[in-house]
Design a protein around this ligand. Structure first.
Ligand SMILES: *Cc1c(COP(=O)(O)O)cnc(C)c1O
Length: 400
């Protein structure tokens, strides 16, 4: 049963009222001028959020997983080699999807809690003197472990190796919440979805495509149909879609981008940092550790908290839901049961975060964790008291 409580899962995130109203939208004829007028500013807005002027923006009716598939199926051929590191469930799933498409994935096994291993990427690229690696894959924010990776550094590693591979970045749980610069970082395909930083329901796969990636599409031989990017771009140029577009969500995306830009992207990033820092202080106040190996890897969108030995993170999540009607994230894959996750991205304020911290404390007390009620809350309160006002919470905006 839905409640008025915020969710603390790292997607789907809380949907602001403004966006709920914006997507309450009547049917329009998607071949009419009305849709043509609606689409162009949305694609322009996506490009601003991704920080690309050289690239193109594409929006499919799908989710982040569909964007992974679109990225590879449009640019690669069966048997092509790609280089990827596995450091959490999302990087793992993308690798799995590549293999199912018949790609040859060179995997850099990386401990969960670490980020994209820049030196290992560089070493693998230097060793590939024949340039058989066609694409380098990385997850900017590993949502399973709460780890942020250095994409500018990855670009540097590729350049240091003098390697021509394309760079594909999964920014599903980072774009529109943490710094992302598609052109400056030389990202060839940027991937995100509607249900995280964009604060909308799931349903849109959002991609940025560089001119080099577009060029690679001419020779790519993996089967593609629904996710055919050149087809989509050709139809978009006249304002249409190759099939029925998800009009209400596209309308919502325009309003979401407006909200982000009204607040200011830098302020949005600062707000995420501040909220996340309060959560991290709470975790320290509890005497618990994060899954992320060190502070330079801390994610501002999700905190993955290690539970003490002898406790089960899944029980924490189940009790929070059944007793307090609050959703936290479970541990995924290798860290299932060993962690719980606090999602703090999208439409989130410090006051909302405090309610999540307070709930987490009640759940831990109920389950007999060696954690004192108020210990994390107090640490977060002290931090928010001294930092409040420097970044306003997401501004509500009236749907035009
Ligand atoms: C949520 C997420 C995805 C995509 O998941 P979907 O459920 O297909 O939208 C991919 N990568 C990361 C890092 C994510 O957080």
């Amino acid at each position: 049963m839905p409640s008025q409580n915020p969710v603390f899962i790292p997607g789907p995130t809380n949907i602001p009222d403004t966006l709920r109203r914006a997507i309450d939208y009547p049917s329009v004829d998607h071949r009419s001028p009305e849709f043509v007028e609606m689409l162009a500013p949305v694609l322009a807005g996506v490009k601003r959020i991704l920080k690309t002027t050289a690239g193109e923006a594409v929006v499919f009716p799908s989710t982040g997983t569909g964007a992974w598939e679109a990225a590879i199926s449009n640019t690669l051929s069966p048997g092509d080699k790609v280089l990827a590191a596995e450091y959490g469930m999302f990087s793992h799933r993308w690798i799995d999807l590549c293999r199912k498409h018949g790609l040859d994935v060179e995997v850099i096994d990386t401990p969960w809690g670490e980020g994209a291993p820049l030196e290992a990427y560089e070493r693998a690229l230097r060793a590939d003197t024949g340039h058989t690696i066609k694409a380098v894959l990385a997850c900017q924010n590993e949502t399973a472990t709460g780890v942020l990776s250095d994409i500018a550094g990855l670009r540097k590693a590729i350049d240091n190796a003098g390697h021509p591979a394309l760079l594909f970045v999964d920014g599903v749980s980072s774009i529109a919440s943490m710094d992302f610069r598609m052109d400056e970082w030389g990202v060839d395909i940027a991937i995100t979805g509607s249900q995280k930083g964009f604060m909308l329901p799931p349903g849109l796969a959002i991609l940025g495509i560089s001119p080099r990636a577009l060029d690679a599409m001419k020779a790519a031989k993996l089967p593609r149909c629904f996710f055919d990017i050149p087809d989509m771009l050709a139809k978009n140029r006249t304002g249409g879609y190759p099939y029925t577009p998800p009009v209400a969500l596209i309308r919502g995306l325009e309003v979401a981008i407006g909200m982000l830009e009204d607040e200011g992207l830098d302020q949005v990033f600062a707000r995420h940092h501040r909220i996340a820092e309060g959560v991290r202080r709470a975790v320290a106040g509890w005497g618990l550790d994060l899954c992320a190996a060190r502070p330079s890897l801390y994610s501002n969108t999700v905190s993955t908290v290690r539970v003490p030995d002898g406790f089960d993170g899944n029980e924490f999540v189940a009790l929070a839901a059944s007793k307090y009607a609050v959703a936290f994230g479970t541990g995924l894959g290798k860290v299932a049961g060993k962690v719980f996750r606090i999602g703090h991205l999208g439409s989130m304020t410090d006051v909302m975060a405090l309610s999540g911290i307070a709930t987490a404390e009640m759940v831990m007390a109920d389950l007999g964790y060696p954690v004192e009620l108020g210990s994390g809350l107090r640490a977060a309160q002290e931090y928010y008291r001294t930092s409040a006002g420097k970044s306003a919470p997401a501004v509500e905006r009236h749907a035009a």
